[in-house]
Design a binder for this molecule. Sequence first.
Ligand code: ADP
Ligand code: MG
Length: 429
Amino acid sequence: MNVCEKGVIFALSYELERLLINGLFILLPIFIFQMFWVDRNRVKPDLKMPAFLGLLILSAILCMSFPVEFSKGFLFDLRHIPFIIGGLYGGYLFSIPIYLAILGYWFFFGGDGIFVNVPVITLIAVCVPLISKKYLAQNMKKKIILSITIALISSLLIILLANMLWKIPVNHENFPFYYFIAQGLSMWIGVYLIETMVRNYQMRKELVKVEKMSIINQISASISHEVKNPITITRGFVEALGDEESPEKRREYIGYALEELQRAEDIIQGFLKLTRPEEPCLKNINISKELAYTVHLLKPYAKSFSVKIETDGIENDCFILGDSQKIRQCFINLIKNAIEAMENGGKLIIRLKTSSGKVLIDIIDNGVGMTSYELENLQTPYFTTKEKGTGLGMVIVFNIIKTLKGDIKVKSEKGKGTHFTISFPLVSR
Ligand code: ADP
Ligand code: MG
């Protein structure tokens, strides 16, 4: 290989590098936009479009700053890509500022290609926004075909004008051909990424909406199901009152009806607490005592499931900042679940220990265990695998632990059992 050939290969690889950098400048605004704007809810929606416009201008200017010169006199870059994308997605609101930015760049920094380029970019600035509305109504495939066609036409115009004004042959060492291909390919990748980004964003929004609707459905189904029972019973007693003569019986019926009405009220209160958790009343509490109390309370329940409870360390006093009502509610839910997981009896281990400024409480059962799907849904309101379950117990547990600045971990294996570990920061007595 002689020196001249080596020189050509070196120049070619240098220009290829520049071409790749140009490609990167096309991708950059799309990625930056996706990272910092699309998914950030705190960014105001009316700031998103100006941000995208700014990024497109930046991309066009960066492309112009690093042009590719495959052969002496044939200089090109991919500035048309962000420019056409701007015109297609933002109409004149985008194409005019990008147009002015490109002209401004020329004005301040100069450039040789001005006579070839100005007619083409003016044509893009005027014509592309005209089809913007139609373009936006197409599906992804048609958008890609349309945008590539525009990009190819613009590159052809450049090649023809360069031929007419500078007498650069249209087959000049194949370089116009490379430009043509690079322009089409970059447009394809750019539009494909934008469309995928928009589609993912819309899908996520749709998903959140569906999820909200399903929670509303679940809540209303659950409330009506729970409240219907006491109402039906009350109605029965009130009807019976009309036919009843004996004052004693009437008093008894009124008592039952009032009791059922109270139950309905409690159920509604319970739902309200779930959606609007009240502020806990934080005090120094002896968590060991609360745990021992709950275990004592649930012993008869465990017995009815033939579950043996084994405790370890719960007699040692440990203090945390908490709310004894809430802590009890939390223990009751966890221990009840563990007992219910062992329908045919089993052993429930409840262990309390301290370690590096924390109190750790293990609740271990050898019951039915959970699949990974069940584990994932543990915090989902109304998720239950039990016939008479409410699916609210664990939601309450997670909420309480969060408000008391504690932590909860769970390990579970289907058919083997479940191990919950909850921890709270210790405080001095
Ligand atoms: P519920 O007890 O009314 O079903 P929870 O919110 O208390 O509602 O529990 C939700 C689900 O989590 C249960 O239906 C059960 O499938 C699963 N679960 C919770 N704790 C355990 C456990 N210790 N072992 C097995 N499954 C459990
Ligand atoms: Mg439960």
